[in-house]
Ligand binder design. Sequence first.
Ligand SMILES: [Fe+2]
Length: 326
Amino acid sequence: MRDRINEIYVKSMLEECCIHEDKSRLVTLKSKGKAIDISLVIKSLRNDQVILIQNVEPDEADSIMLSIAEKFELSESLEVQSGFVSNLEHRNNVGRYFMSVNKRKDYQFISSHSEGDSFIKIQLASFYCFENSTDGGASILMNVNQQSDVWAGLREKVRRGKSNRTLTPSEISQIKIMVQLNMPEDTLKESDEILSQNTVVPGFTVFEVLTSLRKTHCKVLDKKLYVYWDSISSIDHDSALEYYDFLKKCKLLKLNPNNLDIRTLDNASARRLGNFGSKYDQLFKCKITHKMQPGDFIIQNNLSWTHSASNWTPGSGTRNIVGSFA
Ligand SMILES: [Fe+2]
């Protein structure tokens, strides 16, 4: 019954949409009372599919996430990501490895992105649903098109460093921990557009820059990929415009009758810096639309698939979905 409701919900909203819905990329498993076959989850991830496991208990979601992370030698990354949450103002730990997702104001959507940036290189993203009783709040996962011409024009907001002397090995380690820079790979390039700069160690300056994209090695698929990182998507005004248009065409957009300004709908509005040319129909090959239900656990390759969430009418219900990353 629950599957049927979701099917009708998705089907009614997918006509006219510019990105092909491909349910063959979603592998659905049911947990209830029996252990999940982790090897099947791994195989599906290696086939670049997304896995939905239904009827999962919260503590079971933690242990499934750990088992999958271990298979890809990502258990340390899983610990680091969940441990890091206590330093963040906008997120809270939930269970062992999960965290609350970004808070959003009324009517706000979360446009398509892969979690994190090219420095942290998060490989796996998973989501667990406690409640999703709103009239929207669908998760839309998009599969990245590596062949797109759009990548050349996009920019990532990153840190770069420049030293006027040779750094000692201990200074290089310090810089990595303190300001998250891998020296000398992250040395400022002539083509980088400087946004701000700050001298943190005598003779060493850290810059916030816009830089052209570089590929990231994907542990799941064992190849280098372009990734639509949050640090790329959330600085591009075009990404918000594209997502708005996408939701509208898919009939997933809820509008505030008192305020039709797109900036109030866009959760990342304050972080956007310019128009860099995000084009969803060229960046993505296909998508999976799924309105998560209580007990649903989704796991995906964070590099080859983005995630996003449609908005909902305030007061229509509660959306309590948590994420875990490794
Ligand atoms: Fe996210």
